[in-house]
Design a binder for this molecule. Structure first.
Ligand SMILES: *Cc1c(COP(=O)(O)O)cnc(C)c1O
Length: 381
């Protein structure tokens, strides 16, 4: 059996241990500590955000952002539908109601047209959403000028789910810094990792102070343990923040590697009729977290699922594009706004394939993937 090629495995730098060792030497392994402060500052500097709060997952960061916007059980939150369930789960934690917005074809992200219709309906019904969660899928940034324009018109704050897009930018501004809040994830499969972790960023420093308070059990300033509101245990451990600092040092190399992986797939496969690549919209820069293609079964003679199976037989991990949340049984009761009468996200789900995109992928391994695709296509033609 050939060695397994994973979709996006963690890629260590070799320097993580020195940061961990330093924390150990100081006997400082608790949550909070110098690596946490350092990591927060370094993420702020890297992204240009006003401030950052390190937490133990991207999901926790979204939960905090929604909590800071005082979302509760009577509220409605608009959210991209084509995403991982973690984008919307925190809406449910607060008992609020998600409403899902379709993708558009240029970025695969939230459709401004669909969002406008959803807002119009909400206004007509006399109840606006309390927040809009915009996801930047696979590193590609959404059409932020259009989306923010609509949200600002209605005075509704935006949370950017930039879990997959650290290092991407929109007209020169970092993903995660365009809305009221942004979140990043450092889960094992993301462009940099702390094994598990996340970050909340914002220019609203007061809100970030409150996030820090809520994330540490909402302990009031007093000698004894004093509590007036319900908080969470969401802070990142000092050890893991050390791992994040080592990883952040090489993020630009990781982005270059991801983009080269994408370009290599593209140069080898884009001449095949029936294979298309995820676009990169003009004025945006994608970290190309995952290289994603779509397959036209009629032209290619093989469906995306068959192609994923063929790769699996070669011990290569490939995955369909996220199943849209409005198609998930968990959200079957939720409203969904399609893009100009078309369900773009469902089309992308039916035809999309995420290809192995780990930054430690060797040329030889990438050619195993490419040749397997070429062979599968040939057999079926
Ligand atoms: C990974 C991911 C998250 C959640 O991050 P965790 O750190 O795993 O909690 C949220 N949204 C998207 C789009 C993601 O890909």
């Amino acid at each position: 059996m050939k060695s397994k090629i994973y979709l996006s495995p963690p890629h260590l730098t070799g320097n993580e241990m020195s940061y961990i060792q330093e924390a150990m030497n100081r006997n400082w392994v608790a949550p909070l500590g110098h690596h946490v402060d350092g990591f927060e500052n370094e993420i702020s500097n890297y992204t240009g955000a006003g401030g950052a709060v390190a937490v133990n997952s991207g999901t926790a960061a979204i939960h905090l952002a929604l909590s800071l916007l005082n979302i509760s059980s009577d509220d409605m939150v608009f959210c991209s539908t084509l995403t991982f369930v973690a984008s919307a789960n925190p809406i449910l934690y607060l008992g609020a109601r998600p409403v899902f917005i379709d993708s558009e074809p240029d970025t695969w992200n939230m459709s401004p047209q669909a969002l406008a219709v959803a807002f119009k309906d909400a206004e007509d019904n006399g109840k606006l959403p309390k927040a809009v969660i915009i996801v930047h899928l696979y590193g590609q940034i959404a059409k932020m000028d259009e989306l923010l324009g609509i949200c600002n018109e209605y005075g509704v704050p935006v949370i950017e789910d930039a879990a997959e897009s650290l290092g991407s930018s929109y007209k020169g501004r970092a993903s995660g810094t365009l809305g009221h809040f942004g979140i990043y994830s450092f889960n094992g499969n993301k462009i940099i990792t702390t094994s598990g972790g996340g970050m909340l960023v914002s220019n609203d420093i007061n809100a970030l102070d409150k996030a820090r308070f809520l994330a540490t059990q909402a302990r009031e300033p007093a000698r004894h343990y004093q509590h007036e509101v319900s908080g969470f245990n969401y802070r990142l451990s000092n050890l893991l923040a050390g791992v994040g600092r080592a990883q952040l040092k090489v993020i630009d190399e990781r982005i270059s590697a991801k983009r080269i992986i994408f370009e290599t797939y593209k140069s080898e496969l884009s001449s095949i009729r029936g294979i298309s690549f995820m676009p990169e919209m003009k004025g945006t820069f994608s970290n190309r977290w995952l290289s994603v293609i779509t397959v036209n079964k009629n032209e290619l003679g093989i469906s995306s699922l068959k192609l994923i199976q063929a790769l699996e037989e070669e011990n290569i991990e490939a995955r369909p594009v996220w199943k849209p949340l409005h198609l998930q049984p968990l959200f079957s009761e939720c409203e969904f706004y399609p893009h100009e009468g078309r369900d773009i996200s469902s089309e992308l789900f039916s035809h999309g394939i995420c290809l192995p995109s780990g930054t430690s992928l060797s040329m030889e391994e990438q050619y195993r993937v490419i040749n397997c695709i070429k062979d599968s296509v040939k057999v079926k033609v």
